[in-house]
Design a protein around this ligand. Structure first.
Ligand code: ZN
Length: 271
């Protein structure tokens, strides 16, 4: 059983929820994707009931504050657990070289203890592949117009008996779909897409100026790329109470698959 827990669902400047980051978990362990912008990651992990010891890796999409700064707290926490002998095995951080260098230097500068040598930094780029918790990750460049950013297509099997069913999940980071990503996203069972705001509110939140898009756009892409389930995140937080209903309604104008707009700490069963 593989599941995804949305630790944070908001964009960089939200105040009513945490910045976008999530955990993918199965019987083998857990992988954190981005870490949000601060030590809120500690409470989100705790409230989600995800043990630090189960975490084997962190994947960083890009080096913006709302995605990478929480990574310093993650490494601080894991470093302490390793020192106390409470974290077995290795912990690997995957990301673009620039982001990893920033994170490593920040830890060196800010943390009291040097990082344990069981914490590894592995630079990845377009087309690279790696495997963690029996999930195969294929990295792709999302062709950001702001700063280099990567997404991934993750593939894993469902169940423990043959014939195994293959499940795929595509994560496009926090920017809109770019045509060059077609082969990584097309026909994915699950698509994680940013949706900065509702299309009807675009004059208020101005998503395109910020290189983001709307729930309506996410629905169009999900339909065009024939995915089965769409998960929207990285949203504004002006009306969290009605966010799910409203975003779902807009995306459903063009997409007839399953639509999720998870709240912080909500878990989705992937397969
Ligand atoms: Zn962001």
């Amino acid at each position: 059983m593989t599941k995804l827990t949305m630790l944070g669902s908001g964009h960089a400047m939200v105040t009513k929820c945490y910045n976008t980051c999530f955990v993918i978990q199965n019987e083998e362990g857990a992988v954190l994707v981005d870490a949000g912008g601060g030590n809120g990651i500690l409470s989100q992990m705790e409230q989600a009931g995800i043990s630090w010891e189960s975490l084997q890796a962190m994947f960083l999409t890009h080096a913006h504050t709302d995605h990478i700064l929480g990574g310093i707290w993650v490494l601080r926490k894991i470093n302490v657990l390793m020192k106390q002998g409470k974290f077995q095995g290795n912990f690997t951080v995957y990301g673009l070289q620039a982001g990893l260098s920033f994170l490593e230097k920040s830890c060196e500068f800010l943390l009291k203890d040097p990082l344990n040598d069981k914490i590894h930094f592995v630079a990845v780029e377009n087309e690279d592949e790696f495997s963690v918790i029996k999930i195969q990750f294929r990295v792709f460049d999302i062709h950001s117009t702001k700063m280099p950013q990567i997404g991934f297509r993750a593939e894993f099997t469902k169940g423990w008996k043959e014939p195994f069913e293959k499940i795929s999940l595509a994560c496009m980071g926090d920017e809109p779909y770019h045509e060059t990503c077609l082969k990584y996203v097309e026909n994915a069972d699950w698509l994680l897409s940013e949706a900065f705001c509702l299309s009807k509110d675009k004059d208020i939140f101005k998503p395109y100026e910020k290189h983001h898009s709307t729930a309506l756009d996410a629905g169009k892409i999900a339909h065009k790329l024939k995915v089965s389930h769409l998960i929207m995140y990285h949203t504004e937080d002006s009306d969290l109470e009605n966010r799910e209903k409203n975003y779902r309604k807009e995306a459903a104008k063009n997409f007839d698959g399953d639509i999720y707009v998870p709240r912080d700490l909500e878990t989705i069963l992937l397969g």
